[in-house]
Design a protein. Structure first.
Length: 713
């Protein structure tokens, strides 16, 4: 290749183009954050600098356009899967009213601003739809402050579905109007084809997804390729239906939302690939459209920029203020709603790019949109940080009903086939913001003659499990323990790692000589005081549509009951499922109050089952194949223990076709000592935990054969 071609401007070498792009994706966000700007702004500004209107280092050629389009669709898809559907359903009325308010006010007033700036109706309406939508850039700030369940925050987040969907529909109609007249035939075709498309996607795609996740055996790569196929096929058929592809991408995200639990491996992969490659290419392509020379040509561009920024700030503030007054919120809550809904990013960028492509937006509107995104993405998080802190401090004066969820989890892996499922459960139980690592643990027989071979096999199995968890961005510390007794080996590993929760797998079989599960699990329950979860997986956790919790009489008297409820509700939130609690031989009302006030926000139903004799028939009539049944157990001697409860694990596998988890709450007198922040636990708590767990484990235990069938978990 000639030197002048290789080093000429704009760069034409594919290798060098990719190298420059990757360098921008690496450096630009860091540079932006140094001057307290969002990372996305850094990539957009970098695109403007290296683009054809400035240094001309890169041309906005078909390759950049293609990757930018993929990134735009990916961005809208991620917006759909990140929406909290639980919060939207629970606060439906407030979410609908606020969503309508925060859409119509900016849409109507923004259209007037566009007309005042001298633009036509189509351009003004499309510009106003940019003001009407919003992106939850500041929501992580609210979550970090612990106000994610606040009465004002939840409907503000739920309103995102309404306002973004309405804004995208406006975009679809205006874009279609540039290709033909908005006559009766257009509206008939749009409503007919769009209705068929929405029904088809919302009906068949979830069923297809559940079937695929239940039956595919090719691994995580196949799951990710299924998601990509659904995304781009859905986006294509949205265009066939007469709307923009981004509407289809957003709808596919909403439909697949329940199948992609937050914190799961597949969800982490979707975020990783999108945030590392596809979305940065979209931001780069948008930046390359910016022409800073427009601001030097006269005052018109400055008026557009100021008008757009002022319009979105004033209309979003007015919507938040009206919502505050009508709902009876405090001043801090009203400002927090404003901070959550003022940032513009995903839908605004989509409307901007499409407006430029169809010829409705000129350089002044494009540059004004970039400036508007910059200002709102700085103002929104700052407002939430200031007034959200006031809300958090005010809530701390009230009695706390939630518990910290940062757990240190040990997953006892004895079979690589089920090790991935155990770690998937561990990642769902782990708090998303926690820096605590997961501890996959395996125990090998203390056999000097074959110790080396046993350890090598165990370490290979742990490497596979660790790779699975590490792929989700979760820190992992694998543990190998040698012991004559598998149960005591697991207990020792839990003590040494200061674990708060122990996970084990179970195939549903029992030996004749044991009481409940099998020798290993029965002995472990006697040796430990921590939370112990014994899981039998019949299908992937992502396909779960409901969690059914069995609560025996007297469970509320156990030390770890409140923390157990919190963990179950956290799992329901992560899986996007409702929670049905069945109380056995006890009044359901006290448990209803405890469940509704403890843990993440999920739909809860509580019903009573007359007694143990009625439970089997009730479960056969109630349970579905895609339910996850959780039995709240009790160790022998606990107040909630009964002979019927001990016998349940023997009878349940024959009556339950779905997945089953037996959950034994912590019996420690000081359960908080098992929970850790991101700092090391105090030495005093460590010493106390060691004494509690090693004392019962010191009793002689029978030797367990390495071929024990109960170790096939």
């Amino acid at each position: 290749m000639p030197i002048e071609t290789t080093f000429g401007l704009p760069v034409s070498s594919p290798v060098l183009i990719v190298a420059i792009a990757m360098g921008i994706f690496l450096v630009a966000p860091f540079a932006a954050q140094l001057i307290r700007l969002p990372g996305i702004i850094g990539i957009i500004l970098a695109g403007a600098i290296v683009g054809p209107n400035a240094l001309n280092l890169l041309d906005r050629d078909p390759t950049i356009v293609l990757l930018g389009t993929v990134g735009l669709l990916y961005l809208m898809f991620m917006a759909g899967i990140e929406i909290d559907l639980h919060g939207f359903r629970k606060h439906r009325n407030r979410s609908l009213s606020f969503g309508a308010l925060t859409f119509f006010l900016p849409q109507v007033l923004g259209t007037g601003v566009g007309l005042a700036l001298g633009y036509g109706w189509a351009t003004s309406i499309l510009m106003a739809s940019m003001f009407a939508s919003h992106t939850l850039v500041a929501y992580p700030v609210a979550m970090k402050l612990g106000i994610g369940k606040n009465r004002a925050v939840t409907p503000a987040v739920g309103g995102t579905i309404i306002t973004d969907t309405a804004a995208l529909l406006v975009l679809a109609v205006i874009a279609a109007s540039t290709r033909g007249a908005l006559d009766a035939g257009f509206w008939l075709r749009l409503t007919t084809f769009l209705g068929i498309y929405v029904v088809a996607v919302s009906t068949f795609l979830p069923r297809m997804g559940r079937w695929f996740f239940r039956h595919e055996k090719a691994g995580a790569n196949a799951e990710y390729l299924f998601i990509l196929s659904a995304l781009f096929i859905g986006a294509y058929f949205a265009e066939v239906a007469g709307v923009e592809a981004i509407v289809g991408a957003f709808l596919v995200g909403l439909v697949l939302n329940p199948l992609l639990p937050e914190g799961g491996l597949l969800t982490n992969r979707i975020h990783f690939v999108g945030e590392a490659i596809f979305i940065p290419f979209f931001l780069l392509s948008v930046g390359m459209l910016v022409d800073v020379r427009v601001f030097m040509a006269g005052s018109a561009a400055w008026l557009v920029m100021i008008g757009m920024t002022g319009a979105v700030m004033s209309t979003k503030f007015l919507a938040a203020w009206i919502f505050q007054k009508t709902a009876g919120f405090t001043r801090a809550e009203g400002w927090t709603v404003f901070g959550l809904t003022v940032p513009q990013a995903a839908a605004t960028l989509a409307a901007t790019l499409i407006g430029v492509e169809v010829g409705l937006f000129d350089e002044a509107v494009l540059n004004g949109a970039i400036a508007m995104i910059l200002v709102t993405c700085v103002v929104g998080p700052a407002v939430v940080a200031k007034f959200g802190r006031e809300i958090a401090l005010g809530e701390e004066r009230e009695p706390r009903t939630t518990l910290p969820t940062s757990r240190r989890i040990v997953a006892a892996v004895a079979n690589p086939v089920h090790g991935a499922e155990l770690l998937e459960l561990a990642m769902l139980l782990r708090d998303r913001d926690s820096h605590e690592p997961l501890h996959p643990l395996t125990v090998v027989p203390d056999d000097k003659a074959r110790a080396t071979a046993y350890v090598a096999t165990a370490e290979k199995m742990l490497r596979e499990a660790s790779t699975y968890a590490a792929a989700a961005g979760v820190p992992v510390i694998p543990l190998t323990r040698m012991d004559y007794n598998f149960a005591s080996g697991i207990a020792r590993g839990a003590v040494e790692s200061l674990a708060s929760t122990i996970l084990l797998g179970w195939d549903g079989d029992r030996t004749r000589t044991v009481r409940v599960f099998g020798s290993v699990v029965d002995q472990l329950l006697e040796m430990t005081h921590q939370e112990v979860l014994v899981a039998r997986f019949a299908s992937p956790l992502a396909t779960t549509r409901r969690i059914v919790l069995l609560i025996p009489e007297g469970s509320d008297r156990m030390e770890g009951f409140t923390r157990a409820l919190h963990l179950v509700r956290q799992l329901a939130q992560q899986l996007g499922t409702p929670l049905l609690a069945l109380t056995i031989r006890t009044d359901p009302e006290p448990y209803r109050e405890r469940l509704e006030s403890n843990g993440p926000d999920v739909p809860v139903q509580v019903r009573a089952v007359g007694g143990w004799d009625r439970l089997p028939a009730h479960l056969e009539a109630e349970l579905r194949e895609d339910d996850l049944l959780i039995l709240l157990g009790a160790r022998k001697g606990a107040v909630a223990w009964t002979p019927e409860l001990e016998d349940l694990p023997r009878t349940l596998p024959d009556r339950v076709s779905g997945s089953l988890v037996a959950f034994y709450p912590s019996e420690s007198g000081t359960p908080d000592s098992y929970l850790f922040s991101d700092m090391d636990a105090p030495l005093a708590a460590e010493s106390e935990t060691m004494e509690q767990l090693t004392a019962p484990a010191s009793a002689p235990a029978p030797r367990v054969r390495t071929t024990d069938p109960d170790q096939s978990n």
